[in-house]
Each structure stands twice: as structure tokens, then as C-alpha cells.
Design a protein around this ligand. Structure first.
Ligand code: ATP
Length: 297
């Protein structure tokens, strides 16, 4: 059973497709009120994990508790306590934004106000527009609106801002902060590490179906991962030293070499550096670029 502090408990979760282990023994908890970011390269097993927690996929083995219930056996009352933003909704309905939200609001016992939610996702000017006439980024905002209309206790956001322009992402972040302030527990997957850093309390990093690290975002990679690195070239070879005192190391180098060291740089590892050290630098291309232009449908 989930404890009062844990909204989600996952123990040794496995999901295999034929011979392929999509999720290969993953364990983690999500505490009430926290935002947990699940990060990892394409095909790592994030969506499979989320869909098992949502009750959309059956697990091969392991234990899962979400809001005190096993998602494979939970009923509609349980589902009404979840908010779900799938990776892609495929929603192209011939209804307006307001009609769509009113439709979903009617399914929940204590929904948010439709126009308030439309405002929160920045679609006031499109409230009367047909969803199929919206841009990709605008449709994504409708997905997010549908996910929060039922005032969920636990919100699943699977790559929620894909296709958002930078301004839309910033207003989305403000919306999520508002939900966090109201005590909503959130499970987020994203390929934007800055988004994870902005919104997440803790993160789990999955690679090839396994959890390779799980920690508060600022502590991923372990205590030494963020220590600055002084790098320089000496006698044709690249040298480096990890140090909390990069200026002193550089000064000592200048002293020893009798001048400016060749190629001197001080590197402060970013979240991206730490992440790529954990999952492998060959996955750098899976990370979302800092800015994406909104895609037109
Ligand atoms: N229905 C399925 N049948 C067979 N294999 C599947 C199925 N669904 C997912 N997989 C495989 O399981 C693995 C994990 O996929 P999953 O979608 O969970 O990854 P992900 O981390 O969400 O990736 P992405 O970031 O690209 O969304 C992949 O190798 C994928 O090809």
C-alpha cells in the first residue's frame, strides 16, 4: 500500500516485449506534492513505465501502487484522481477548445472552471476555435488543459511541451508552479533538461530500461559530478584536474609553466554534462534543443 507520503511506489518493475526488456527492474517512489522527473534517452522505457502507472499497460512483473491502488485493478474513482497528458494525443476533433474541455469537465466530480483552465494554458483567443484548426503547439496546450481540468491529485506529463515555442514553455512552467503550489503531485518526462531543472524536485534517469541514478536534481551524478574541472594542454596532451578551487589551480599552473597555459579552460559541469556522463554521450542528439519553433499543423 502507498504510505501517506508516497503517491507512487514502484518496485522491481519489468516489462518485456518478446525478448526485449523495455523496463528492466525499475524501482522508485514519488512523494506527495513533489514533482518527479523521469529522464532518459529515446527508447529508455519512460513512456512504458508511465503507461503502466496510468493503468494503460500491463506489467510483466514487479509491484506498482498509485494512489494506494494497483493500476491494473483500479476503477473509475481512482482514474478520476489522475490527470494524464499522453506523449501524443492524436486529438484532432471537430469540436472547439471550450466544448472539448466542457466535455471532459463533466466527467469529473470536482472539475476546474473551463474558462479558468483555458486562460491558464493561454488559449483565450482560441477558446471558440476548432481543435483541428490549431497549430501543433496549441493542440498540445489543449492536451495539458484536458489533463488538469479534473483537478488531479497526481498529474502525468509525458513530454508536455514538445512543439511549444519558448514563450509558451515559460507560461506552461508558470502553470505547473501554480499546480505545485496547490499540492499536485507530478510525474514529468521531458527531453528538455532545463525544464526538468526548472520544475523537478527529484529525477530518475533511465537508460536501457534501468534506473541509472535517482536523486534531487542538483545532486544527480553524485557529490563529485559538479566539481569544476581545470583543463589545459601540456606537452601535447590534454590534462585536467577536478577542484573546488579552480583559480588557485590555474594560478599554480601559470607559476609552474611560467606563463599562460595552452588551451586553459575552467569547466563547470552542467546538468547536461552530468546527464550525458550517466546515459552515454552518444545520446546527446536525443536532448531537445533549447528552443523549438512552434510547428504548424
Ligand atoms: N508495444 C510495443 N511493442 C514492442 N516494443 C515496444 C512497444 N512499446 C515500446 N516498445 C519498446 O520498448 C522500449 C521502450 O520504449 P518507451 O516508449 O517506453 O521509451 P521512452 O523512454 O518513452 O522513449 P522516448 O523518449 O523515445 O519516448 C523501446 O525499445 C521500444 O521500442
Amino acid at each position: 500500500m502507498t504510505t501517506a507520503q508516497n503517491v507512487v511506489e514502484v518496485r522491481d518493475l519489468r516489462k518485456t516485449y518478446g525478448d526485449t526488456a523495455a523496463v528492466d527492474g525499475v524501482s522508485f517512489d514519488i512523494h506527495r506534492g513533489e514533482t518527479f522527473a523521469l529522464l532518459g534517452p529515446n527508447g529508455a522505457g519512460k513512456s512504458t513505465t508511465i503507461e503502466i502507472l496510468e493503468g494503460y499497460r500491463r506489467r510483466t512483473s514487479g509491484e506498482v501502487r498509485v494512489l494506494g491502488a494497483d493500476p491494473e485493478r483500479a476503477g473509475l474513482d481512482w482514474k478520476a484522481r489522475l490527470g494524464i497528458v499522453l506523449q501524443s494525443s492524436g486529438e484532432v476533433g471537430a469540436v472547439t477548445v471550450r466544448e472539448q474541455l466542457a466535455h471532459f469537465a463533466a466527467l469529473y466530480p470536482n472539475p476546474r472552471d473551463v474558462d479558468e483552465v483555458i486562460g491558464a494554458v493561454g488559449l483565450e483567443e482560441k477558446a471558440g476555435a476548432l481543435i483541428r484548426k490549431l497549430s501543433g503547439g496549441q493542440r498540445r496546450r489543449v492536451d495539458v488543459a484536458v489533463g488538469i481540468i479534473g483537478r488531479p491529485e497526481l498529474l502525468f506529463l509525458d513530454e508536455p511541451t514538445t512543439g511549444f515555442d519558448p514563450e509558451a514553455r515559460r507560461s506552461f512552467w508558470a502553470l505547473i508552479r501554480q499546480l505545485q503550489g496547490e499540492g499536485t503531485t507530478i510525474l514529468l518526462t521531458t527531453h528538455y533538461l532545463d525544464e526538468a531543472a526548472q520544475l523537478g524536485d527529484r529525477a530518475g534517469i533511465i537508460a536501457s530500461g534501468r534506473m541509472v541514478d535517482l536523486a534531487p536534481i542538483g545532486e544527480l551524478g553524485g557529490a563529485d559530478a559538479r566539481i569544476p574541472i581545470v583543463r589545459w594542454v601540456e606537452q601535447g596532451g590534454v590534462r585536467e584536474e577536478r577542484t573546488h578551487a579552480p583559480a588557485a589551480v590555474a594560478a599554480a599552473l601559470i607559476d609552474r609553466l611560467g606563463g599562460e597555459p595552452e588551451g586553459l579552460e575552467v569547466i563547470r559541469p552542467s546538468l547536461e554534462d552530468v546527464y550525458l556522463d550517466l546515459v552515454g554521450h552518444e545520446h546527446a542528439d536525443d536532448l531537445a534543443p533549447e528552443t523549438l519553433t512552434e510547428t504548424r499543423a
